[in-house]
Ligand binder design. Structure first.
Ligand SMILES: [Zn+2]
Length: 338
């Protein structure tokens, strides 16, 4: 798991990373890594201590997730520092209330802003240019617009060192699936059917580097108060298997690449392969398991899942970390450890 730094307070110092890592270690057998913030408090004003954060092994990238870096010179400085420290940036290239306020206050993002909640492509184009200028690696999370995908793929064709990921919800949902006012709230928002189809096409053509859940657990009270975000940890695998692998749109190998090997390579993790000498971190998958999504049965304490009632096929039945079985479903409990 790679945690985003959009907590309160933000993960913007090495001390904070150490504290969270110790808590994670005490509470979970899973391997937990962190993205640390690019700017102090994720305010978009002052870069964090990039060199110190990059030297921390649990920090695999920097991001101000939840907010884009509006001020162009600050974004440029972060790129310069990241290139020097050789750490990847994963900017959140999407409007947020803070960003819209900053633009209203006259901060120049280096492009002419569009309508609220449509600036993703512009941020991505600006950041690709900054990454090229300063020589840093950049990865774009939760890309949601066909135009953004176009900008990224043509930059890559020109040799840019950028990568990108899509989420299950931007691959499978669009805003016209819902009545006015009923669209699940997530950031970036659900887009048009044409955007959703473009994401699917890119995925099956092999143009996408990873599928990430963008798991954002919120309490019912937070969601009622307008919090953006959906949970995805317990549905991403089943959705990808049922909607892409089973119908023959992706091979098993491609799915492993998108959800395991690819992300591990991007973030420099010793994972995603069963090569001799690799840690025995494995997920045992039953590709025939049929199940209906019922958020009430989730292990997550959050229920903000848009797939309730969906019939899926394929499910993780056991998980191993360093060869130890740390999870298995009821039906598989008690069987011999392979
Ligand atoms: Zn984000």
């Amino acid at each position: 798991v790679i945690c985003e730094p959009n907590t309160r307070p933000a993960v913007d110092s090495v001390d904070m990373v150490h504290e969270l890592a110790a808590r994670a270690e005490a509470e979970s057998p899973a391997r937990i890594y962190f993205k640390a913030a690019m700017t102090l408090g994720r305010k978009g004003e002052q870069p964090t201590d990039v060199a110190a954060l990059a030297a921390e092994p649990r920090v695999v990238a920097l991001s101000d997730d939840g907010d884009p870096l509006v001020t162009c010179p600050v974004a440029a400085e972060v790129c310069r520092l990241a290139a020097q420290a050789d750490i990847m940036l994963t900017p959140h290239c999407e409007d947020s209330p803070q960003a819209l306020q900053q633009m209203q206050d006259g901060i120049d993002p280096g492009f002419v802003p569009g309508d609220p909640y449509t600036n993703e492509t512009q941020y991505i184009a600006r950041d690709i240019a900054l990454a090229a200028q300063h020589g840093c690696r950049m990865h774009f999370s939760h890309v949601s617009l066909a135009s953004s995908a176009g900008v990224i793929t043509s930059a890559r064709a020109g040799g840019a060192r950028v990568s990108w990921e899509v989420t299950p919800h931007h691959l499978l949902l669009c805003r016209s699936d819902y009545a006015e006012g009923k669209v699940p709230k997530v950031c970036p928002p659900l887009r048009t059917a044409a955007d959703r189809d473009a994401m699917q096409d890119m995925l099956v053509q092999g143009a996408v580097d990873a599928v990430g859940s963008d798991h954002a657990p919120h309490t019912a009270a937070d969601k009622a108060a307008g919090a953006s975000g959906l949970i995805g940890l317990e549905t991403t695998l089943g959705l990808m298997l049922a909607r892409f692998v089973l119908p023959g749109r992706l091979t098993n190998t491609a799915a492993v690449q998108l959800m395991s090997r690819g992300p591990a390579n991007l973030f420099g993790l010793n994972a995603g392969t069963l090569r001799e000498g690799s840690p025995a971190d494995m997920v045992l998958i039953d590709p025939t398991a049929q199940w209906r999504v019922d958020p009430e049965t989730f292990r997550s304490l959050s229920r903000n899942c848009p797939y309730a009632g969906w019939d899926l096929r394929g499910r993780a039945v056991a998980t191993f970390v360093a060869g130890e079985r740390v999870f298995c479903t009821q039906q598989h409990r008690g069987r011999e450890t392979p």
